[in-house]
Design a protein around this ligand. Sequence first.
Ligand code: ZN
Ligand code: ZN
Length: 335
Amino acid sequence: MQGMQLFEPKPVSEDPLSPVQMAELQPGPNQVRLRVSMCGVCHTDLHIVEGELALPRLPVIPGHQIVGVVDAAGEGASRFRIGDRVGVGWLNWTCGECDFCRQDQENLCPNARFTGLHADGGYAQYTVIDEKFAYPLPPRFRDADAAPLLCAGIIGYRSLCLSGIQPGGRLGLYGFGASAHLAIQVARHWDCEVHVFTRSPEHRRHAEELGAAWVGGADDAHPANLDAGVTFAPAGWIVPLALGHLRPGGTLAVNAIHMSPIPEIPYDRLYGERVLRSVTNFTRRDAAEFLALAAAIPIKTDVELQPLAEANQVLQRLKASDIRGAAVLTLTGDR
Ligand SMILES: [Zn+2]
Ligand SMILES: [Zn+2]
């Protein structure tokens, strides 16, 4: 099988991913093998190829927004039939036994493995996954439209939930890429008034098309009247500014797996019972809730399709905020 593999992390401008030809994968016990159709490109992939995250193994095949068809089942795997279409996200496996797993917080499981980090991911023609961590996909979504739901969508949904935003509330979104363009549709479905902070003129236009009530920059003047905020950009300098936009009692949820240092925060930005919290991974419950909600709304995904071989170029453009919506790599084509 063919894939795009990371042997050594380096700046994305130096094309860190290399095309490789690999032996056929065999599903292990309780695993299914997927023939990959599409794989979404996530900002986390950029952090992985550039080595900003600690890499537990090398070489590794990135990619954790995988849509594929089950084409083989390992010993004991009986949940899906050959030919079923399923999705795979960032959560690759959790232990099911630790305190976090037992308390519906498997996103914090210290033994968790993540797709495209601990296990080879979807920048390849085939992948394997424990059947418990594959998701049936709502039929209404094409493969290409389903792929970005599997991380950008689910983690955006978890971020909204952790921000405490209520139906009809006033919400700030900071950064407007793959995750935010899906989160805004959930927030609009909840009748929220959405304020979008982004530098990119194209991203501002996109936010307005999707129903933003206000667009501007994080450092533009804005009253402290937001009920909640979610940051999507890995830029620590935004955090004190976003806290300054919150009303007393509001929460800022930071949706970032890696972030530049947060500058000093004057205490009056936090005083008034404002809450600053991070968002870490997601649970299978989040995935199931979000996929059902996405189909019910229905969420419209803006995608740009590129062949797998273009993965380095796509990551370069993602770094430059030059992708509208979500980038998706194609492997076996659409259906
Ligand atoms: Zn656990
Ligand atoms: Zn992701």
